[in-house]
Design a protein around this ligand. Structure first.
Ligand code: TYD
Length: 200
């Protein structure tokens, strides 16, 4: 099973992916659960991540780079783990590219979709989208990367992007609403309820 977490910076998806991974590690065994992230997940992609989150490049170049990092990640880590029956939990994946590069930076959504189809990027089975007020999210974000220096208007577009993805793919996407009004335990209990329902 391939589970992804999505949302704007400061939405708490890293905490939630860690909580879900430790739950599965307890019931399935440590070696049967992979917790990974994007941009990154392989040695190569983690090296590129450092540059990508700092340097400003054209949004199309960014899309191409992110797709090649994702291809490496899927081919070298995600698919082999899924073939072995492991649970893979990934902090950000394709929906971040649609929301940030597509809705946020204006890259054509058709191009993003076509590129991912062309290289046959595996779709997640379940995606959690943590929807949070933009001002609250940004004030919570711990590390500043180049996206976090963008204005509120950019983040409103990114947030809307995630909401639209959820409307287009309701079977895959579960939106956790009003995250700014909930603590980590409340958010996690909504997530764990949905994982149990989806698996039965
Ligand atoms: P993340 O690891 O969530 O940030 P943090 O360092 O706060 O934990 O993500 C890094 C940034 O990369 C985030 O601002 C969103 C951006 N991003 C994209 O723009 N497109 C993508 O496809 C991905 C995966 C991330």
């Amino acid at each position: 099973m391939f589970i992804t977490f999505e949302g704007i910076d400061g939405s708490g998806k890293t905490t939630q992916s860690e909580l879900l991974a430790s739950h599965f590690k307890q019931i399935r065994g440590k070696n049967n659960v992979i917790l990974t992230r994007e941009p990154g997940g392989t040695d190569f992609a983690e090296k590129v991540r450092r540059v990508l989150l700092k340097d400003n490049i054209d949004p199309i170049s960014e899309l191409l780079l992110l797709t090649s990092m994702r291809y490496e990640h899927v081919k070298k880590l995600i698919l082999p783990a899924l073939k072995e029956g492991k649970i893979v939990i990934c902090d950000r994946f394709i929906d971040s590219t649609i929301a940030y590069q597509g809705y946020g930076l204006g890259v054509d959504l058709g191009l993003i979709g076509d590129l991912h189809k062309l290289v046959k990027i595996r779709r997640p089975d379940i995606t959690f989208i943590l929807d949070i007020d933009v001002q609250v999210g940004l004030s919570r974000a711990r590390y500043k990367n180049k996206y976090e220096e963008m204005d509120i208007n950019f983040y409103n577009k990114v947030r809307k992007g995630f909401q639209e993805i959820a409307l287009k793919e309701p079977d895959r996407c579960n939106v956790i609403t009003e995250v700014e009004t909930k603590n980590d335990n409340q958010v996690y209990s909504e997530i764990s309820d949905k994982v149990i329902i989806s698996r039965t």
